[in-house]
Design a protein around this ligand. Structure first.
Ligand code: FES
Ligand SMILES: [Fe+2]
Length: 428
């Protein structure tokens, strides 16, 4: 009996492992103990492997018939790890702003999942990106979030790197063999820009970069509204949410479905009957007319006559409304934790027409409204996360009209995750 108890305990401890483990256990115990077999069957039914969970979402079902991804996608460490190897490596991931690195020596740091990075501008003002990891013993090299540097010095043993990532001073190595400084240094990361943003691709430069081509229609729409020029950066705000990063993108991709229920104040300034959605390969764009013409309150001016809310796969939300551009970068902090980085820009010509006090009031009121919208979104995103953790929820359904963009987002995710499974299969 003691043996059985310890075996059950072992099973419980290995609950996160996949079904194969339990099959092995079956051969050992089922012939002698019925109770154990019952427990094991229950585990086998409820505990699925990462592969099973990825494949549960259909690539073929039309939105009218489709089930949403299972709740495991929003909480399991196995899926979270698979995303780290696929979604966050193989796509261009937005990480910051070009104006943060516009002069030689300017840099900022951050983390994509478990990958710490530095983005810097070298002496010749070329944009560079590296893993923020020292090649001596792996310490983080630059701890500051942003700043100005002539070089990067690891605080542990003083190894020093140039702004281009080259190892310029490895300390106290007299007598070392088989070591060439030129072959060491900060590991480079592929980097590019789009409009005012910096993107990284951990897997290196793609053989053929299709990003521009795939987001072209969105790029044109945003350019017309001044995405690329004539905007002044006002401030950055950050929010930590107790939910999986995908819930933030899901929420921003529901075709305006939640607006009238979650954001009553905001939706009173929008003509929701005009809401239209466009879905591309790597983006969705949701456009709505504002009510700025009929009223002229600060709230109305904030939203203006037209609002564009867009999501660029995997982690970028670009919102352009009234005189405002707000850009949100979404990053995972764990399976059930996320970081949202908001950057607010205001149209130069709009700001120039106001006096200092009017402008300060307008900015303060707009940021307050925006914070309210985010707090309303946080409530539902964190609410859904709690529901996802419950045994009561496994899969859901899509409202076929508005939720077409969120279905497209899940399809893209599923393709990435399946590619990851295939490459794991090949390497095994
Ligand atoms: S870990 Fe960086 S110098 Fe030793
Ligand atoms: Fe919202």
């Amino acid at each position: 009996m003691a043996t059985l108890r310890s075996s059950l305990h072992m099973l419980a401890c290995r609950h996160a492992a996949n079904v194969r483990i339990f099959s092995t256990a079956t051969r050992r115990f089922t012939t002698t103990d019925q109770r154990f077999t019952m427990v094991e069957r229950r585990f086998a039914r409820t505990d699925r492997s990462v592969t099973d969970e990825v494949l549960r979402f259909s690539l073929d079902a039309p939105v009218q018939e489709a089930l949403t991804p299972p709740s495991s996608w929003y909480k399991d460490t196995g899926i979270h790890d698979l995303e780290a190897r696929t979604v966050w490596r193989n796509n261009w991931v937005a990480v910051g702003r070009t104006d943060q690195v516009s002069t030689p020596g300017a840099f900022f740091t951050g983390t994509i999942g478990r990958e710490p990075f530095i983005v810097s501008s070298d002496r010749s003002n070329n944009l560079r990106a590296f893993y923020n990891v020292c090649c001596h013993h792996g310490n983080i090299v630059e701890f500051q979030e942003a700043g100005q540097a002539n070089q990067f010095v690891c605080c542990y043993h003083g190894w020093t790197y140039g702004l281009d990532g080259r190892l310029t001073k490895p300390t106290k190595l007299r007598g070392i063999k088989n070591f060439t400084a030129g072959r060491n240094g900060l590991k480079p990361i592929a980097v590019r820009t789009w409009g005012p943003l910096v993107f990284l691709r951990m897997a290196g430069y793609p053989y053929e970069d299709e990003f521009d081509q795939k987001v072209l229609p969105l790029m044109e729409e945003l350019d017309e509204m001044g995405f690329n020029s004539g905007m002044r950066h006002i401030c950055r705000r950050q929010y930590q949410l107790k939910c999986n990063w995908k819930l933030i993108v899901d929420n921003a991709s529901d075709g305006g479905y939640h607006l009238e229920y979650v954001h009553r104040d905001l939706s009173s300034n929008l003509d929701l009957s005009t809401f239209r959605t466009e879905v591309g390969d790597l983006y969705n764009m949701q456009v709505c007319t504002g009510k700025a013409d009929s009223e002229n309150s600060l709230k109305c001016q904030r939203v203006g006559a037209k609002a564009v809310y867009s999501c660029i796969y995997p982690n970028l939300l670009v919102n352009r409304y009234g005189p405002w551009l707000d850009i949100n970068i979404v990053l995972p902090l764990g399976p059930d934790r996320s970081l949202m980085i908001y950057d607010f820009y205001l149209k130069e010509s709009f700001a120039d027409e106001m006096n200092e006090i009017e402008l300060a009031n307008f900015i303060e009121q707009s940021l307050k409204d925006s914070d309210q919208v985010q707090r309303e979104d946080t409530l539902v995103c964190e609410g859904v996360q709690r529901g996802m953790e419950s045994t009561a929820f496994d899969v859901g359904r899509y409202a076929p009209g508005p939720e077409m963009p969120v279905h497209a987002f899940h399809l893209q995710l599923a393709r990435d995750l399946r590619t990851g499974l295939e490459s794991m299969h090949i390497s095994n």
